[in-house]
Design a protein around this ligand. Structure first.
Ligand SMILES: *[C@@H]1O[C@H](CO)[C@@H](O)[C@H](O)[C@H]1NC(C)=O
Ligand SMILES: *[C@@H]1O[C@H](CO)[C@@H](O)[C@H](O)[C@H]1NC(C)=O
Length: 447
C-alpha cells in the first residue's frame, strides 16, 4: 500500500511544478511543463521530458544520455532510436576481475534475521549469508536513489582498496508487471501513463549510473516479462502488454547500454522456455530484442532460473521434468545458446542458484512460490564449468518472500497456497523468517 501512496504523492506534486527528476513534458503529458528552481525541463525523447539539475542555459543541461535522446523520433513501436554509446565494452566475461559489491539492505535483513535465531550454530550460518552477493531489485521508482547510494559506496571502496567493484541490479518495474500472475503486480499500469512512467524510472537509473563511471554495473532485465510474451499471450493482460513490454525493454536495453551496463535479459528457466515447443520461439524473441536494443555488446546475454529452484546440473532428472529433454539449466542453456548464436545473438548466460540447493521438492515444475524444503545453493562463482555461463549468481535474495498465502490480499496468487508452498507466507518481497531459516539449514553445499 505504501508504494501506491508514494506514487500518488509524486504525481500530485508534479502537477503543481515538476520536481527535480520529475516529468515535465512528452506526448500525452498533461502535467506541469515547468520545473522547480535549480532544474531545467530537458527533452529526453518524444515521450519524456525531465527536470534535470541546472539552470536554463544552453550549456547547463546536456549530459551524454539526454543530449543523445534529444534528436530522436518515434518509431512504430514507440521507442526512441539508439543513443550514441559513450561506453566501450571490455572483452570477455564482465564478472572476471571484479569484486561484487554486497548490498547493505540485504546485509541488514540478514543481521536482523540472524538476531532472531537462538541456536548458536544456525545463527552463525545465517549471519554468514551477509557475505554472499545478491542482486538489488529496483522494483519501484522510489528505490532508485538507493542505487546511487550503493554506487557511491562501491566507488569509495574501490578507491580505498584498489579492488574493482561490480554492482548487481535487477530492473523490474514494467507497467502491468507480472502479467500472468498476481503476486508481483507492480506500481505502474499501462492504462495510466505506464510507458512514460517506466521511461522516467529508467532515466533515473541511468542518471545514477552516469555519476559513477568507474563502477561496473551488471543488470538482469525484467524477470518473466519476455518469457510471458513467448507462452502467455493467451492471457489477456499479457496480450495487452506485449507492445508496451517490448517498447520498455528496448528502451532499457538502449539506455543501459549507453552508460556501459552489462545486461542479461531474463529468459525464464528450463521448465518454462526449455520445452521443445517453446525454445525456438523464445530464441526468436530474444534475438529480436537484442537487435531492437541496437545489438550492443553490452547486451551480454540472458539470465535463467531467476528466483526459481532448478538445478544447474541435476544428478538425475526430477520426475516433474518428464518429457522435457532440457531437464536442468545446463541442458536448457546448451540448447538455447547455439540457436541464439546462429540467429546473430552471441549470448552468454548467468544462472541463479540461490535457492537451488535441494532438488525434487516440487509437485509440479511450474510451482514457484516459497517451495517448502528449499536450501541455499551453489555460491556465486565464475568457475561455472560451462563456456556459455559467465557466472553462477544469486539473483533472488533468499529469505524475501515470493508471494503471500493470504487469500484476502489483493496480490494473492493461488500458487502460494499449493501443498508444496510454505505457509503462512507474507507479501512478496517482505522478510519470511521461517523460510530463511530453512534455506540456511538445508543449504547445499552446507554453510
Ligand atoms: C527480529 O526480527 C524483527 C523483524 O524483522 C526485527 O525487528 C528485530 O530487530 C529482530 N531481532 C533481532 C534481535 O535482531
Ligand atoms: C490478509 O489480507 C487482508 C486484506 O489485505 C488483511 O486485512 C488481513 O489482515 C490479512 N491477514 C493476515 C493473517 O495477514
Amino acid at each position: 500500500m505504501f508504494k501506491y501512496a508514494a506514487l500518488l504523492a509524486f504525481v500530485s506534486v508534479v502537477t503543481a511544478q515538476s520536481q527535480l527528476y520529475g516529468q515535465c513534458g512528452g506526448i500525452g503529458w498533461t502535467g506541469s511543463t515547468t520545473c522547480v528552481a535549480g532544474a531545467t525541463c530537458t527533452v529526453l525523447n518524444d515521450y519524456y521530458s525531465q527536470c534535470l539539475p541546472g539552470a536554463a542555459s544552453s550549456s547547463s543541461t546536456p549530459t551524454t544520455v539526454s543530449s543523445s535522446h534529444s534528436t530522436t523520433t518515434a518509431s512504430s513501436t514507440g521507442t526512441s532510436s539508439a543513443p550514441t554509446s559513450t561506453a566501450t565494452p571490455a572483452a570477455g566475461n564482465p564478472f572476471e576481475g571484479y569484486t561484487i559489491y554486497l548490498s547493505p539492505y540485504y546485509a541488514n535483513e540478514i543481521a536482523l534475521a540472524a538476531g532472531n535465531i537462538t541456536d548458536s550454530t544456525l545463527k552463525a550460518k545465517a549471519a554468514s549469508i551477509a557475505n554472499i552477493p545478491t542482486f538489488t531489485w529496483l522494483d519501484t521508482v522510489a528505490k532508485v536513489p538507493d542505487l546511487g547510494t550503493y554506487l557511491a559506496d562501491a566507488d569509495s571502496i574501490q578507491k580505498s582498496t584498489g579492488q574493482k567493484q561490480l554492482v548487481q541490479i535487477v530492473v523490474y518495474d514494467l507497467p502491468d508487471r507480472d502479467c500472468a500472475a498476481k503476486a508481483s503486480n507492480g506500481e505502474f499500469s499501462i492504462a495510466d501513463n505506464g510507458q512514460a512512467n517506466y521511461f522516467n524510472y529508467m532515466d533515473q537509473i541511468v542518471a545514477q549510473i552516469q555519476k559513477y563511471p568507474d563502477v561496473r554495473v551488471v543488470a538482469v532485465i525484467e524477470p518473466d516479462s519476455l518469457a510471458n510474451l513467448v507462452t502467455n499471450l493467451n492471457v489477456q493482460k499479457c496480450a495487452n502488454a506485449e507492445t508496451t513490454y517490448k517498447a520498455c525493454v528496448t528502451y532499457a536495453l538502449k539506455q543501459l547500454s549507453s552508460v556501459g551496463v552489462y545486461q542479461y535479459m531474463d529468459a525464464g528457466h528450463a521448465g518454462w522456455l526449455g520445452w521443445p515447443a517453446n525454445i525456438s520461439p523464445a530464441a526468436t524473441l530474444f534475438t529480436q530484442m537484442y537487435q531492437a536494443g541496437g545489438s550492443s555488446p553490452f547486451i551480454r546475454g540472458l539470465a535463467t532460473n531467476v528466483a526459481n529452484y532448478n538445478a544447474l546440473t541435476a544428478a538425475s532428472p526430477d520426475p516433474i521434468t518428464q518429457g522435457n529433454p532440457n531437464y536442468d539449466e545446463s541442458h536448457y542453456i546448451n540448447a538455447l545458446a547455439p540457436m541464439l548464436a546462429s540467429s546473430g545473438f552471441p549470448a552468454q548466460f548467468i544462472v541463479d542458484q540461490g535457492r537451488s540447493g535441494v532438488q525434487n521438492i516440487r509437485q509440479q515444475w511450474g510451482d514457484w512460490c516459497n517451495i517448502k524444503g528449499a536450501g541455499f545453493g551453489t555460491r556465486p562463482t565464475t568457475n561455472t564449468g560451462n563456456s556459455y555461463i559467465d557466472s553462477i549468481v544469486w539473483v533472488k535474495p533468499g529469505g524475501e518472500c515470493d508471494g503471500t498465502s493470504n487469500s484476502s490480499s489483493p496480490r494473492y496468487d493461488s500458487t502460494c497456497s499449493l501443498s508444496d508452498a510454505d505457509q503462512p507466507a507474507p507479501e512478496a518481497g517482505t522478510w519470511f523468517q521461517e523460510y530463511f531459516q530453512t534455506l540456511v539449514s538445508k543449504a547445499s553445499p552446507s554453510l
